[in-house]
Design a protein around this ligand. Structure first.
Ligand code: SF4
Length: 343
């Protein structure tokens, strides 16, 4: 893997299993605690207890909503047929209704949910009402509201909307330091537009006198971009709050054409804590114990017929938790193959 030769950055964060390397001049969790105060500290304490199996919260502390199955890019690292197939012949993308997401947020925040995200196989900024959902979530008691995006639709108006809505973390996937590499790594995207959107977001946040959302730029190292990591970090280190450096190798180990030359980060060991603290609700209402894409076969239930409370206490997730506490041979197949297992 390319060298990390950027002087002011150091490894920070709680990704003890090293799926990603978080680099920053200041710990992003400390920044969030500074801005969000005691509510954030309490929620992170609970997170830590769940992550280390000391307790199981009565409701997932974090829920991801894949509100619709729609993306504006066609990236080769995307594990889903979505990138290749698109949605030809489909007038409207498959989607959860806004009111359904708000109902899920009401249920969650009443029972201890403190964090939300928009994980899954989609681009959240393709959903116009997203800032409204973020604002409602924050009003209901969500402390940490995070969003991953490819940044193409992050224009000035959207940046202002997201800052005002109370988003706490914005994570933009970049994966390149040059337009040439970006065109291969993120086909359909415009590198110049991305860079101006990132700078525009920073300007909008400053204009509103806010420190949140903190901004993370992400770089997934593949064979396509591995020579550009150092340049990417140097270009942005004085501007953004932190970086996540990941390494491609999670989705199809039998097709390693995109693996970096030095190979992916080593597969993590240890017991997965995802089902102790989070759930993902997909666009069709089905629910999985994690936002890791290799775990999408672990369907736990469907919010159209069960509440999230029932799903969280249900036999299916209990069986997965029990299996993950045992030897690897007892884990679900998706977990045996999974290289995420976030701590
Ligand atoms: S091991 Fe992977 S697939 Fe299984 S629950 Fe954890 S993150 Fe999800």
């Amino acid at each position: 893997m390319a060298e990390l030769s950027v002087s002011e950055l150091s490894e920070v964060g709680t990704d003890s299993l090293k799926v990603s390397r978080f680099l920053a001049a200041q710990d992003p969790l400390a920044l969030l605690a500074q801005e969000l105060g005691v509510k954030f500290r309490l929620y992170r304490d609970e997170w830590e207890r769940a992550r280390t199996f000391q307790s199981l919260p009565p409701f997932p502390l974090h829920v991801d909503y894949e509100i619709q199955l729609k993306c504006d890019l066609r990236c080769p690292i995307c594990p889903n047929g979505l990138a290749q197939k698109g949605h030809k012949g489909q007038k409207e993308p498959l989607a959860l209704k806004k009111d359904a997401v708000i109902a899920l947020l009401k249920e969650g925040t009443a029972q201890g949910q403190r964090s939300m995200g928009f994980g899954g196989l989609w681009e959240p900024l393709t959903y116009a009402e997203l800032p409204e959902i973020v604002a409602v979530g924050r009003e209901l008691g969500i402390v940490d509201a995070m969003l991953n995006t490819n940044g193409q639709l992050l224009d000035r108006a959207k940046s202002l909307e997201l800052v005002k809505a109370g988003l706490t973390r914005l994570m933009v996937s970049v994966d390149a330091a040059t337009a040439k590499t970006y065109a291969i790594a993120r086909p359909g995207g415009d590198f110049g537009l991305l860079e101006s959107n990132i700078l525009g977001f920073l300007a909008a946040r400053e204009e509103l006198g806010r420190k949140l959302p903190i901004l993370r730029l992400s770089f997934c190292v593949t064979r396509l971009n591995e020579g550009e990591l150092g340049r990417f970090l140097a270009k942005w280190e004085k501007k953004v709050d932190f970086f996540s450096v990941q390494s491609y190798g999670r989705f199809d180990p039998k097709a390693p054409a995109l693996f970096p030359k030095n190979g992916p980060f080593p597969a993590p060991g240890g017991r997965c804590a995802q089902p102790q603290k989070r759930l993902l609700v997909r666009h069709d209402g089905t629910t999985t114990p994690c936002c890791d894409l290799s775990g999408l076969s672990l369907t736990l239930g469907d919010v159209k017929t069960e509440s999230l409370t029932e799903i969280w206490a249900g036999a299916r997730i209990q069986k997965i938790r029990a299996a993950l506490a045992g030897p690897k041979a007892s884990w679900p197949k998706a977990c045996q193959a999974c290289q995420a297992k976030y701590g």
